[in-house]
Design a protein around this ligand. Structure first.
Ligand code: SF4
Length: 289
């Protein structure tokens, strides 16, 4: 496969064939993120993407999942995405799910009809970053979108029939805003009622604007115990029946998985055990992005 720079994908796409449809992130300004800082955002020519799909077919006899990287592949014109989806169907008839990252902006640029058409052509799941449901925190991290806009995008993805997976970052508001982060994020998730909710835990990378925010005390990082308390508060406020809740990212201090609302009490009990020191948190050196 031909890749430009480092490649990122959600934890649940670990076994997917990754094909770069775009390079970099169409926004690229969040203070905590350095994933695509070295890449100038561009869309790859469709012919190159189709060539990669053709090439990969000769190496992989069975491909069940395909992830279209990098950030925000949904930003491409609907006709181009359809061409890619149809080619995948031709080359990989065994493929059961095609996934990509979406953003509020790329969803806004699509009509409801277009989203439905993408679903009909095989787009299975879209990953959307909420990060926080709190407006002050979204501004602080320069997300470039309001919680309301992100909620609207999540709702429109769900309405189209494409599965939605929404990402949140634990600890994003620091010690100063952890309660509002937990409560407002729960409210935003409840309003979206996504198929999947994924919690990452904030890791501050040197060279990012957030590194300076932490250095200057604008954001004071939470300890693993405080992260568990924040997650507990978020779960207490969750009311999103059917959403699969997962904390399975390398950045998390604890792993957690359950289906809301049924498994809420069991997940809170597991967090309580960690807060009371009955289970161990992952060591700092084993946390990775
Ligand atoms: S968090 Fe997402 S939207 Fe923000 S800069 Fe990183 S890839 Fe782009």
């Amino acid at each position: 496969m031909r890749y430009v720079g480092d490649i990122y994908r959600p934890p649940s796409e670990a076994n997917s064939l990754i094909v770069q449809a775009t390079i970099g992130c169409s926004y690229n300004k969040c203070t905590f993120c350095d994933m695509y800082k070295d890449k100038r955002f561009r869309q790859r020519p469709v012919e190159d993407i189709l060539d990669d799909l053709r090439m990969a077919r000769s190496y992989y006899p069975y491909v069940e999942r395909i992830f279209l990287a990098d950030g925000d592949a949904l930003i491409m014109k609907t006709e181009r995405i359809i061409e890619i989806l149809d080619t995948i169907k031709d080359f990989y008839p065994e493929c059961k799910r095609i996934a990509l990252y979406a953003s509020p902006q790329s969803v806004r640029l699509k009509t409801d009809e277009e989203l439905k058409t993408l679903k009909e052509h095989g787009l299975y799941i879209a990953y959307l970053g909420l990060e926080s449901g709190n407006e002050e925190i979204l501004e602080l991290v320069n997300k470039g979108e309001t919680a309301q806009e992100i909620i609207k995008a999540g709702q429109r993805i769900r309405k189209s029939g494409i599965l939605s997976s929404v990402t949140v970052i634990s600890g994003l508001g620091g010690t100063q805003r952890w309660q509002q982060h937990a409560i407002d994020t729960a409210k935003a998730l409840n309003a979206m009622n996504p198929d999947y909710i994924g919690l990452l835990t904030l890791m501050v990378r040197e060279g990012t604007p957030m590194y300076e925010q932490v250095d200057s005390g604008v954001i004071e990082l939470l300890s693993p115990f405080q992260i568990a308390e924040e997650t507990r508060l978020l779960l207490e406020h969750m009311d999103s029946p059917g959403s699969v809740f997962r904390m399975n990212h390398a950045s998390n201090y604890l792993s957690l998985r359950g289906v809301l609302n049924d498994d809420k009490a069991a997940m809170i009990a597991r967090l309580d055990a960690a807060i009371e020191g009955k289970t161990h948190f992952k060591c700092e050196e084993y946390r990775l992005l």
